[in-house]
Design a protein around this ligand. Structure first.
Ligand code: NAG
Length: 452
């Protein structure tokens, strides 16, 4: 990163929550040089100097390929190898002030003191990318692989939880919604199904919410867009506007901090949504929301008023959402008959290893905090079976909203039939309301199956 006076190469070995170990390659200062006894040959565990509340070493053993823990001046002082051109300039601390810098994802403060040495205190924050967790997942052959994402590197887990997810736990009224009754032959349900194969381009591609906790809006609009295309037999294929939902749903302008799915659907039922082309997404970078460009006065009492931007005079509305019973085959039947699960915006409990998912059939490892850490809304578009370590494993095929670079081209597969991460717990669908509602049309009837 240009503009920094120095570059820290840090092996982020931040053990989850507890340990304060940060291994540092390059914090400028005299360590081996000032150590009584200087450098040591071979492996001598006492040949160490304190650094950042841990120790660095001046023995020949420190230079292992895995996990080097040499003091920053080891190469220069002990081996006489001058630093490479990219090496950091010495840290200068002036006038006793504290400077804040970032090491990987943690904020560190340099403490003025011995001018030959720099001490830093780092926040003990968990990183979004945890290299040791990636390694563990990949070693254990769990049926899925984890990887580093350069986009996520340098972010804290907390940033991931608040800005990559963004759905609030359903309120009690919603949790208690009565699921619809489905009647079908189980044998009519195939072993695998992919909405994209059945409905082609009517199914929306994966989008990217950026750094804004708006998975609630992305999953809702994607499901609504898909179902609208299916229901209208391809007549309406617009991508519906996420920003419209983000800006205009009645809440306290909290930015991209998550929202309730039922209220999103409710807004779509009453107001309707314009298209992405008319009202493009802008919150992905800063996590800031804008002022609502299609305020309530446009659609008051179910009547579209005159002063509408031309592209917004036909708002896409939905009927009230309905809940699908948390029965695997009910959900499958719903997807294959009515649309990618559309409408299916299941709420998923998120474990921290999910961010690092690269491919395969995910199940939370619970290697790290055993508590789920956040809620996410996604769009289930199909299902299938795959062999994992020689035996068949059932999965859901799910679209995420972290762009096509993440996971399997933006999608992920997750274990099916065991309510993994609660994904089968709260599945909802909604029909589009394709009736025209022009200026002067009468107020809509209340829908018979109104659930709210
Ligand atoms: C992860 O990716 C970032 C950016 O590409 C890179 O700087 C970092 O070293 C990588 N970390 C690991 C553990 O691979």
């Amino acid at each position: 990163m240009s503009g920094l006076w120095w570059l820290f190469n840090v092996l982020a070995h931040l053990a989850w929550l507890c340990s304060g170990l940060v291994q540092v390659w390059d914090i400028p200062g005299d360590y081996c040089r000032t150590r009584s006894g200087g450098c040591c040959p071979g492996r001598i565990d006492q040949c160490s100097v304190p650094i950042l509340r841990t120790l660095c070493y001046c023995d020949a053993f420190c230079d292992r390929r895995e996990n080097p823990d040499c003091c920053p001046d080891y190469h220069e002082f002990c081996l006489g190898i001058s630093k490479p051109a990219t090496s950091p300039e010495p840290l200068q601390i002036t006038g006793g002030s504290l400077k804040t810098i970032s090491i990987v994802c943690s904020k560190c403060v340099a403490i003025p003191g011995d001018p030959r040495r720099t001490e830093l205190i780092c926040e003990q924050e968990a990183c979004l990318i945890q290299p040791d967790l990636i390694e563990q997942v990949n070693r254990l052959e769990l049926g899925w692989k984890a990887s580093n994402y350069s986009d996520f590197w340098s972010k804290t887990l907390q940033e991931g939880l608040s800005l990559k997810l963004g759905t609030l736990e359903p309120e009690r009224t919603v949790r208690n919604m009565f699921p619809i009754l489905k009647i079908y032959e189980r044998s009519s349900i195939p072993r695998s199904f992919d909405s994209r194969q059945k409905w082609g381009e009517w199914i929306q591609p994966v989008r990217d919410q950026g750094w804004c906790g708006a998975s609630w809006a992305f999953s809702t609009t994607a499901v609504a867009s898909d179902r609208r295309a299916i229901q209208s037999n391809g007549r309406f294929q617009d991508v519906l506007s996420v920003q419209h939902l983000v800006d205009c749903t009645p809440r306290k302008k909290e930015g991209c901090k998550g929202y309730y799915l039922d209220r999103a659907w409710n807004y779509m039922r009453k107001a309707g949504l314009t298209t992405e082309a008319c009202y493009p997404y802008t919150s992905g970078l800063g996590g800031e929301i804008g002022t609502c460009k299609i305020p309530k006065s446009f659609w008051k009492n179910g009547i579209i008023q005159s002063s509408v931007p031309p592209c917004a005079n036909q708002l896409a509305r939905s009927q009230p959402p309905y809940k699908i019973k948390n029965v695997e085959y009910d959900i499958m039947h719903e997807i294959m008959t009515n649309g990618p699960v559309q409408g299916e915006s299941p709420i998923m409990k998120i474990y921290s290893d999910f961010f690092m998912y690269r491919g395969g059939i995910y199940s939370a490892t619970r290697l790290r905090p055993s508590q789920p850490t956040g809620f996410h809304a996604v769009r289930i578009v199909g299902w299938g079976e795959d062999y994992v370590n020689g035996s068949p494993k059932k999965y859901w095929l799910v679209a995420n909203s972290w762009g096509p670079e993440w996971g399997e081209n933006g999608f992920f597969r997750i274990t099916r039939g065991v309510n993994e991460c609660d994904i089968e717990m709260f599945v909802i669908g909604a029909w589009s309301d394709l009736r025209k509602r022009n200026k002067g049309s009468s107020r809509r009837r209340r829908h018979k199956n109104l659930v709210y």
